[in-house]
Design a protein around this ligand. Structure first.
Ligand code: CP
Length: 309
């Protein structure tokens, strides 16, 4: 089996089988990572370019490390220091990278749909590393891998996603992906941060964080994305953390073996307390570790599809 599309643009477009193919491959890649010899030859002779119009630590670094571990030539372009700062448009930038015989372009952009826009302009495979408020598919894949690693399956789990749902591409990708793998997703946040029509994805809207987290197997707190807010959508940070932050009291409502997750970077004391972040229930570092394996799997599968054509 192979991925159906030359690109990875979102989990909305992927079938359950394709998601499981990526996750199964990621578990194999994790075995490579922990084996002591991280080098493989799967991408030897191939080139991967990361094109980031927004800041990133985890996603960009893990794609770069994944590329290097598999033997690809990798390079990075960001807005500072490139001709984007001279006004070059997105399509020209993407086609310039493509003209250098690039095999895979990994792209992050503040506009929803930007990777979809360039995907049919380039021969390279395009990986969405986060587009505006739309999707962040590899983040959701690493989240689901971390859950499956510890709970065996997502089927029947109660997953509480809390906080700034409206601006969160992480929430959207997780809602699409987790629903396909059989989880029951509950969301809670300020009413101004609950997207209209989100219940059509199958996610259930809760009136407060306590309701979402009661008996939860997974609590996923989201970063408050002030950079995407045109005006404040809640009275103050203090009130946000009081009503929508995850603290020990919220944690005590969940199952004893609850997994606490956060995509990072975390605003400590806002989305969750440092004591929850550092608690035994926290799997935030495991998420980061699995991010490298998931990105290796995605690059490997997209390259395999290209080789098969
Ligand atoms: N989770 C995530 O996308 O983190 P970065 O912004 O650091 O890549």
């Amino acid at each position: 089996m192979n991925l159906k599309c030359k690109d990875l643009l979102g989990l909305r477009e992927l079938s359950e089988e394709e998601i499981m193919l990526i996750l199964d491959t990621a578990f194999v890649m994790k075995n490579v990572l922990v084996s002591g010899n991280k080098k493989t030859a799967h991408l030897q002779g191939k080139s991967v370019v990361t094109l980031f119009y927004e800041n990133s630590t985890r996603t960009r670094l893990s794609f770069e490390m994944a590329s290097k571990f598999m033997g690809a030539s990798s390079a990075n372009i960001s807005t500072t220091g490139s001709s984007v700062n001279k006004g070059e448009n997105l399509a020209d930038t993407a086609m310039t990278i493509d003209a250098m015989a690039t095999d895979i372009i990994v792209m992050r952009h503040p506009v929803s749909g930007a990777p979809h826009y360039i995907s049919d302009k380039v021969g390279a495979s395009v990986v969405n590393a986060g587009d505006g408020m739309n999707e962040h598919p590899t983040q959701a894949l690493l989240d689901m891998m971390t859950i499956i690693e510890n709970k065996k399956s997502l089927s029947g789990l109660k997953v509480a996603i809390v906080g700034d749902i409206y601006h969160s591409r992480v929430a959207r990708s997780n809602i699409w992906g987790m629903a396909k793998l059989g989880a029951d997703v509950y969301i809670a946040g300020p009413s101004t941060m609950i997207p209209v029509g989100i219940e059509m994805t199958g996610a259930k809207i809760c009136s407060n964080v306590q309701e979402a987290c009661e008996g939860a197997d997974i609590i996923m707190a989201l970063r408050l994305q002030t950079e995407r807010q045109k005006s404040s959508l809640f009275p103050s940070i203090q009130e946000y953390s009081r009503f929508f932050g995850v603290d020990d009291k919220v944690l005590s409502l969940a199952r004893n073996d609850v997994m606490v997750m956060h995509p990072g970077p975390c605003n400590h004391g806002v989305e969750m307390t440092t004591s929850v972040y550092e608690s035994d229930a926290s799997y935030i570092n495991e998420q980061v570790t699995n991010g490298v394996a998931v990105r290796m799997a995605v690059l490997y599968l997209l390259n395999s599809r290209r080789n098969a054509l």
